[in-house]
Every structure is written in C-alpha cells, then in structure tokens.
Design a protein. Structure first.
Length: 263
C-alpha cells in the first residue's frame, strides 16, 4: 500500500537545513515539543529490547506506531533530552532519532476575491470533469486542522465510517477509536473533528478546495465527486509529528490511498 501526498509542504532537508532551524528563524513559534522525540527502531527489534532500552536510558514510552516501527518517548524529570539523543546516536538497535517536530498550517490569503481566481481553468479542471469528477469511492484524508462537517459545501462530501454508529459511545468497529464517524481528532484525542470556526478554518478551506459541492452555489472543488475524511492533528498551537504519524496510520488502516498535508 502506498499514499499519494497532495499539496504537501513537508520537505526533506539536508542536515544543515533541518526544519527546526528553518522554522525557528522564520517566527517565534516552537520548532519541536520539548523533552519528546521519535525513535525509529531497526526491523526485528523485540519488545523485550525496547522495554529494557527505555528503562536503561531514563525514558518514558508514550506511544508506539507499529506499522512504521517508531516509538514516541519523553525524558524523565532531571534528564536532558539533547544529551539522551546524543547518547543514543550510536545505538545499534536504532535506525534514526529525531525531535517531535511541531507543524503549523500554511498561510491562506484572505483577499476578498481569492476564491474567484483562475486556478481551476489553469489546470483544465472543467475539461477533466467532462471525463470524471471523482467517484464517491475515492476518499481523500485531509490531515490538518478540523473540518466543518456541516458546511453547506462539504456536508454531503464527508466520508462516514460504515462500521461506526454515531453517538453510542461504543467502538463498534473495534479500531480503538470510539465514535470515529467522520474521522478523528488526534490533537484533542476525541471524535469531534470540528471544534471552532477560527481554529478549524484552515482544514475547512483545504477540504473545500478539494471537494466542495458542485451545487451552483459558492465554490466548487477540484474533485467534487470525492469524499473527505477529517483527520485533525493541528490545534491553535500547531501539531506534532507523532500526531501526524497516527493520522496517517489511521488513514492507511481505513484503506485510504490519498492524503492531503498542507503544513
């Protein structure tokens, strides 16, 4: 299984241009979660070794991402995260180690006529729609802030989990997420994928660019026949790498092959 990443501003950098340095130089927002880091273990590393590893190095195991063999760890009180990372660089069981980087939504212009620009014509979208506008079995997971699931341009385009019964407080499909009807909020760790018009504006805007209804009102999405899965990991103070990984894992487990990451 593989994913198509759409409109992603996540980029690989040379060591001298690490994202923490780039972000720190562009604004005053923190570049990573203090005291937390992600460790990618080599394939075949046993759970016994991982448990001993955490104990010996003064670490607390926070979460595992089994599909990619990555663990989220935090340093115990009195320990220096940077010193621990340095000490682990030559550990034979580790493939790589990195801070739990923070991400923020990309900027969206607020010009009055921004949504009337020529983008759709420039990519020949109307001509493509004559062939296909995206079928409902095509799902795009928007990994971003939340999405207004009741927005008139989006309410009919939201993916719904066929294995979940809304509002019954039961994990009906046994995927460890209770009432994940439209997706999941990994930032708040709950099923509410829309919390606030301001905080969740970015994800709503992105979802509209992708799949806003073709209803002769407002705007129209590039693939307006597709469905949108709402995977929130960005909050008012950004979101971390661990949350992004968990969101991607969720999309993969649900069989989604296209994700959008505008951060």
């Amino acid at each position: 299984m593989f994913f198509s990443l759409v409109i992603s501003s996540a980029t690989c950098y040379a060591d001298s241009e690490r994202p923490d340095k780039l972000r720190a130089s562009s604004d005053n927002r923190p570049a990573y979660k203090e005291g937390e880091f992600l460790i990618k273990f080599k394939d075949g590393t046993s759970s016994h070794i991982l448990s001993a590893f955490a104990s010996e190095n003064g670490l607390k195991h926070e979460k595992s991402f089994n599909s990619v063999n990555i663990g989220l760890y935090s340093v115990k009180r009195g320990k220096s995260a940077s010193k621990v990372m340095k000490a682990l660089e030559d550990n034979g069981d580790i493939e790589y180690i990195q801070p739990n980087y923070l991400y923020y939504p990309t900027e969206i212009p607020d010009d009055e006529y921004f949504d009337e620009l020529w983008g759709l014509d420039a990519i020949d979208a109307p001509e493509a729609w004559d062939i296909a506008a995206g079928a409902e079995d095509i799902v795009v997971a928007v990994i971003d802030t939340g999405i207004d699931i009741n927005h008139p341009e989006l309410s009919g385009r939201m993916w719904t989990n066929p294995g979940e019964i809304a509002g019954n407080g039961i994990d009906d499909d046994n995927n460890d997420y209770i009432d994940d009807v439209y997706g999941w909020d990994f930032y708040g760790n709950n099923s509410s994928v829309f919390d606030d018009e301001i905080d969740d504006e970015h994800g709503t805007h992105v979802a509209g660019i992708i799949a806003a209804e073709a209803n002769d009102e407002g705007v129209i999405g590039v693939v307006h026949g597709a469905k949108i899965m709402a995977l929130k990991f960005l909050g008012p103070d950004g979101g971390d790498t661990a949350g992004a990984i968990e969101a991607i894992e969720y999309a993969k487990e649900m069989g989604v092959k296209v994700v959008n990451c505008s951060w």
